[in-house]
Design a protein around this ligand. Structure first.
Ligand SMILES: [Zn+2]
Length: 675
C-alpha cells in the first residue's frame, strides 16, 4: 500500500504559469506574516503561533468539515481545472478522442436535469436481477457480476505486485465489504448513535432506489446491517493492517480452497476469468469467517446485501434525491459537513476518478513549468544526500544494517510532475447516452486491465496518483517516491521564495516520503521492493524501542474531550514527519553554507523553516471530523503534525529558544530520536 503525505487524494491545478485566466489567483510569497498570531508564545502553542492568523482569516465554509492550506490549494486549482473542462465543452472535440470522452463524462455528470428525469431507473434492471435470484449458485454468479463492476461484495480481490517477488503480479484478497469507514462504527458503544442513523439512511435508500415499501425497506436494512456488522467484527483493525508481513500469506489455490471450505473460491475465481495457481490471502482468518457467514446466511439476507452493494456504489451517478440522502449520512452525520459541494466540483471529481490521466495531460500542458521540475530534482538530490548522512551517523544502528539502508536509499526511483508514459484510453468505449451506462463501461474497462495485469510483469512506470493530485507518496513495493505536479505550488513549493521556505515546506514533504521507506512498515521491504528482513536483531530492537516511544507519546494526546489519538495507527506517518523534519533541516543547513540567508521580518532562517513547515498544516476542523479522522486517518491531525512533531526536534527548541518553562517543552532525554 502506498503512503501519502496527506490522506485523501484530491484534484488540483497549477497557478504559476497560468495561460488561461482564472479567478482567485494568488502567487506564493513565502512566509505571510498575516498567517501568524504573534501574541502566542511559540513554545506554548507553536501551531497557534504559526497559524492563528490563517485560522482566523479562513473560517470553515459549509461545504467543509476540515479546511486547511492543503484544501486552499485544491480550491485554487479546481478553479483552473474548471476552465480546462469548460473549454473542452465549448470547442468541437474529435469523437472518440480522449478529450471528447472527458468532455462527455463531465457534461453527463453536470446534467442534473437528465439525471433527475431518469431517476433511479437506470439501476433497476440490475436490482431486479438480484431480486429474482433463487439459489446459492445464482448468488455466486451475481457476486461475479458485481465484482466485475468494481462493487466488491464481502471482500476485495485485486491484482498487484507479489510482496516477495515485486516484479511479478499476483491475485490478492483483502478484507472489506462494509460501507461505513471503519469497523469501530459497527461495534463500539460510543458509536451507537451513528449506527442508528445508518439504519435510518439504509431504510430510506431501500425505499428510494430499491423501490420497497417502508416496512420492507426496514427489513432489508436490518438484514444488511447484520451482515456488515459480522464483516466488521471479523476484520482486523486499521492499526493491525499496517504490518505487511501479517498481510502476506501466499498459498496455492488448492490450499486457499481448502482453507475456505464454506465458499466455492475456485469456481468464483474461474468465473471471474482468472486462471491462477496461487493467491495471496491478505487476511486468511477473516476470509474464512466471512465464508462461514455467507454459507449460514439466508438467501434473502444475501440478496439484500448484494442489492446494498449496488445501491451504495451508485449514489453519485443517479438523481439528486439519492445524492442528497447520502450526503445527509456520510457527510453531515459522519463528518459534520453542512452543505454539499457544488455540482461542478463533484463532476470534476468524477472525471478525475475515471479518466484522471487524460485530464492530467491537459493539465500539465497548460500549467506545469519545467523550471519547477528542475528545482525539485535538485531538492530531492540534496534531501537524499542528507538522509544518507543521517543514516551514517546514527548511534543506534550497526554498520551492517547501515550499509543495506544506504543501498536502499540509493535505489529510490524518483517521480516528479507527470508520468513519462500516459494511460492508454483508446480501448475505453464511451458513448454520449447516460452516466450510468458509461460508468458500467468504465468499470468493464478497468476490470479488463486488471485481468491483463495477471499475465504481465509489474509496470514500474505506472503512477499511483494523477499529476493534478495535491499529494505525494512512497510505494514500498517499487521503492519509489512520487511528487505530482499539483503539489509543487504554494504553500508547499514557491519558486519565488528562498530556501528557508522551500526546505521547511516541500523539503519536509520530500524527506517525509523518503522516510516512509524506513518507517515501521516500509523498513520491512528491501531495495527491490520485496518483503525481506535486512535488519540485525539488535537494530530491530533498537528501532522498535524508539518507535514505541512515538506510539506512547501520540496515544497520550487528547484530541477531543475524552478522545485520545491512535499512536499505533499513525506511527508510520508520525515517523515520516519526524524524519522529514530532521533530514530537510540538515539539507537546509548545507544549502545555507552555499547561499547564506539573512534574518527577514524579524525571523532567522531557521525560524522561517519551521514557520513554513507549520503553515502547510494550518487548518480549521469540525468536532465530527476530528472523531472520524482519529478512527480512519493514518495521519495525525494538523495541529499535532505541528505541536506533536516539533517537540521531538532539538533544532526547533534552539530556533525559538523553547525552555522548560514553556508548555510544549519535553526534556531532551524523553524526546523521540529515530532518524
Ligand atoms: Zn506519509
Amino acid at each position: 500500500m502506498k503512503k501519502s503525505i496527506g490522506g485523501v487524494a484530491i484534484a488540483a491545478a497549477m497557478s504559476l504559469t497560468a495561460c488561461v485566466s482564472t479567478p482567485k489567483q494568488e502567487l506564493g510569497v513565502g512566509i505571510k506574516l498575516s498567517n501568524l498570531d504573534t501574541l502566542v508564545t511559540p513554545g506554548n502553542d507553536f501551531y497557534e503561533y504559526a497559524n492563528g492568523g490563517w485560522m482566523k482569516n479562513n473560517p470553515l465554509t459549509a461545504e467543509y468539515s476540515r479546511f486547511g492550506s492543503f484544501d486552499q490549494l485544491r480550491e485554487r486549482s479546481n478553479d483552473q481545472m474548471r476552465v480546462i473542462v469548460d473549454k473542452l465543452q465549448k470547442e468541437e472535440q474529435k469523437e472518440g478522442s480522449d478529450s471528447w470522452k472527458v468532455s462527455v463524462l463531465y457534461k453527463e455528470a453536470m446534467d442534473s436535469v437528465k439525471r433527475n428525469e431518469l431517476g433511479v431507473a437506470p439501476v433497476q434492471p440490475l436490482l431486479d436481477d438480484i431480486k429474482s435470484l433463487k439459489t446459492k449458485d445464482d448468488m455466486l454468479d451475481m457476486m461475479v457480476r458485481l465484482t466485475k463492476l468494481g462493487m466488491h461484495p464481502y471482500f476485495y480481490l485485486y491484482v498487484s505486485a507479489d510482496s516477495k517477488n515485486s516484479n511479478l503480479n499476483i491475485l490478492n484478497q483483502m478484507q472489506g465489504g462494509y460501507a461505513m469507514p471503519d469497523r469501530d462504527y459497527y461495534l463500539l458503544p460510543e458509536t451507537k448513535e451513528i449506527r442508528d442513523a445508518y439504519l435510518v439512511y439504509m431504510t430510506k435508500m431501500f425505499e428510494l432506489v430499491g423501490k420497497y415499501s417502508p416496512a420492507q425497506a426496514k427489513k432489508e436494512a436490518s438484514l444488511v446491517f447484520d451482515m456488515e456488522k459480522s464483516l466488521a467484527k471479523y476484520a482486523r483493525s486499521k492499526a493491525k493492517l499496517r504490518d505487511p508481513l501479517t498481510n502476506y500469506n501466499k498459498v496455492s489455490m488448492a490450499d486457499a480452497c481448502a482453507l475456505v471450505k464454506s465458499f466455492d473460491l475456485k469456481t468464483y475465481i474461474t468465473k471471474l476469468g482468472m486462471s491462477v495457481d496461487s493467491i495471496n490471502l491478505g487476511q486468511p482468518e477473516v476470509l474464512n469467517n466471512v465464508a462461514k457467514k455467507i454459507a449460514s446466511s439466508s438467501i434473502d439476507q444475501q440478496k439484500a446485501y448484494l442489492m446494498w452493494r449496488v445501491i451504495i456504489n451508485t449514489t453519485s451517478i443517479l438523481n439528486d434525491e439519492v445524492a442528497e440522502t447520502t450526503f445527509e449520512f456520510f457527510s453531515k452525520k459522519l463528518e459534520g459537513i453542512k452543505e454539499m459541494r457544488p455540482r461542478w466540483k463533484r463532476a470534476l471529481s468524477f472525471v478525475n476518478g475515471t479518466m484522471g490521466e487524460a485530464v492530467g495531460q491537459l493539465y500539465v500542458a497548460e500549467f506545469f513549468p519545467p523550471a519547477a521540475k528542475q528545482r525539485m530534482v535538485k531538492l530531492v538530490a540534496n534531501l537524499q544526500e542528507a538522509l544518507g548522512e543521517r543514516i551514517e551517523n546514527l548511534t543506534w544502528m550497526s554498520h551492517e544494517t547501515k550499509e543495506k539502508a544506504l543501498e536502499k536509499l540509493k535505489s529510490y526511483t524518483v517521480k516528479i510532475g507527470y508520468p513519462d508514459k500516459w494511460e492508454d484510453y483508446s480501448k475505453l468505449y464511451i458513448q454520449d447516452d447516460n452516466l450510468w451506462a458509461n460508468t458500467q463501461r468504465i468499470a468493464e474497462w478497468d476490470y479488463a486491465k486488471e485481468l491483463k495485469k495477471l499475465s504481465e510483469p509489474v509496470d514500474r512506470a505506472k503512477w499511483g496518483m494523477t499529476p493534478q493530485t495535491v499529494n505525494a507518496y512512497y510505494n514500498p513495493g517499487t521503492n519509489e517516491i512520487c511528487f505530482p505536479a499539483a503539489i509543487l505550488q504554494y504553500p508547499f513549493f514557491d519558486m519565488t521564495a528562498d530556501d528557508a521556505f522551500n526546505y521547511g515546506a516541500i523539503g519536509v514533504v520530500i524527506g517525509h516520503e523518503m522516510t516512509h521507506g524506513f518507517d515501521d512498515s516500509g523498513r520491512k521491504y528491501n531495495k527491490e521492493g520485496n518483503l525481506e528482513n535486512w535488519w540485525t536483531k539488535q537494530d530491530t530492537e533498537n528501532f522498535n524501542q524508539e518507535a514505541k516511544k512515538m506510539v506512547d507519546f501520540f496515544s497520550s494526546i487528547e484530541v477531543a474531550p475524552g478522545v485520545k489519538a491512535n499512536g499505533a495507527l499513525t506511527l508510520g506517518e508520525n515517523i515520516a514527519d519526524h524524519g522529514g523534519l530532521k533530514i530537510s533541516f540538515q539539507a537546509f543547513q548545507k544549502a545555507l553554507k552555499e547561499h547564506p540567508l539573512e534574518t527577514k521580518d524579524g525571523f532567522t532562517p531557521a525560524q522561517r523553516f519551521y514557520l513554513a513547515y507549520a503553515g502547510v498544516w494550518a487548518q480549521n476542523i469540525r468536532p465530527a471530523a476530528i472523531l472520524n479522522r482519529t478512527k480512519t486517518d493514518e495521519h495525525s491531525l494538523g495541529m499535532w503534525r505541528v505541536n506533536g512533531a516539533l517537540r521531538q526536534i532539538d533544532t526547533w527548541y534552539t530556533a525559538f529558544n523553547v525552555t522548560a518553562k514553556d508548555s510544549l517543552f519535553i526534556p531532551k532525554k524523553d524526546r523521540v530520536d529515530i532518524w
